[in-house]
Design a protein around this ligand. Structure first.
Ligand SMILES: [Zn+2]
Length: 341
């Protein structure tokens, strides 16, 4: 089995996830459109999706991932073809289903698509942080929650090497979940993998879950463009995904939105009072966030910084803070992000 991150899972569940991810990934160029019609409850698209789920479940009892994929692929390609023939009066739907059947037919057992996605994102994140863990691992495990549109979540363990764990529920793994995964991984990679103090997990931290999440979105939006076809379709799922997480975890919702607002407020103050263009201000704050996240300082001090700025005025920023945001003072001397603490 080439799918290393599926190792900790029970084999039948791993095969089911492998089959679903492989077929959804193969259809990535059409997945955004497919998701829209699924949300609109189009009968043929809903039927295609139900068929995919059923095929993946049945195929999971086949002993190898290669044969499981081949079985589910054959069945799904036939079903997509047959549904395309039944929807010729709706040329747009028929074209979509036919295009997906052609894409699905090209799927071959290969590296697990989520491993490739993780490796690309980890490489981008590693370029941001000076001290990136050399042994960063990725594992997929069973997601315990039910009844959510996005049946997935993620966490980072430091034990002592860092592992990003993606929790996925094979029962609800469809286009929405698949397209939300880049955002979950980007959040973990930017907010948690290289943060200091190492291994602190604090769901109610305005710094880690709010300010840093805002920075993750800033950097991640650029990375999505580099991901190829999954990027554009994935971009519409960030907002709804994190709204859903906030709705189920109220402890996290308030500090998360306060931290995000504080970062946004810094952007506005840089624009209004310090001559920054909007995008330059955003990237200045996002880069500062990464530098401060990597500094060995107590999390409580970073949270206090968010409080100080978040409850502060909307006027010009102190020179010292502007220098820390830029990383350099007027004389060209390097200024550590931690000088704001
Ligand atoms: Zn987090």
């Amino acid at each position: 089995m080439t799918s290393s991150s599926l190792g900790p899972l029970e084999p039948q569940r791993a095969r089911r996830i492998y089959v679903l991810v492989s077929l959804l990934n193969a259809c990535a160029p059409e997945l955004g459109h497919f998701f829209d019609l699924l949300t609109a409850d189009h009968w043929a698209v809903s039927s295609a999706y139900e068929h995919l789920r059923g095929s993946a479940q049945e195929a999971s009892s086949v002993p190898t991932v290669e044969d499981a994929l081949l079985k589910a692929q054959t069945e799904w390609v036939e079903e997509l073809h047959s549904l395309a023939a039944k929807t010729t009066r709706e040329p747009e739907v028929s074209r979509l289903l036919l295009a997906m059947s052609e894409l699905a037919a090209q799927t071959r057992p290969t590296t697990f698509a989520l491993d490739d996605l993780f490796d690309s994102l980890a490489e981008y994140a590693g370029d941001l942080y000076p001290h990136w863990p050399p042994q960063l691992a990725f594992a997929v495990r069973q997601y315990g929650g039910r009844g959510r549109r996005y049946g997935a979540s993620a966490a980072t363990m430091h034990n002592p090497d860092a592992t990003v764990v993606l929790y996925v529920d094979p029962v609800s793994l469809g286009p929405a979940t698949y397209l939300s995964i880049p955002h979950l991984l980007i959040h973990e990679l930017i907010c948690h993998v290289a943060s200091r103090p190492c291994g602190i997990c604090a769901n109610a931290s305005a710094w880690l879950e709010g300010f840093m999440d805002w920075a993750a979105e800033c950097h991640g939006t650029r990375w999505l463009h580099r991901l190829g076809v999954i990027g554009p379709a994935a971009s519409q799922h960030r907002g709804p995904l994190f709204e859903e997480i906030a709705a189920h975890d109220r402890d996290q919702a308030a500090p998360r939105s306060f931290g995000r607002r504080t970062a946004e407020m810094l952007v506005q103050r840089l624009r209004k009072h310090h001559g920054f263009e909007h995008e330059a201000a955003r990237m200045t704050v996002a880069n500062f966030a990464v530098r401060l996240n990597a500094e060995e300082a107590p999390l409580i001090a970073k949270d206090r910084f968010v409080n100080r700025v978040g409850f502060g005025s909307a006027g010009p920023l102190p020179d010292k803070l502007v220098a820390a945001l830029r990383g350099v003072d007027d004389e060209g001397n390097t200024v550590a992000a931690g000088s704001v603490l």
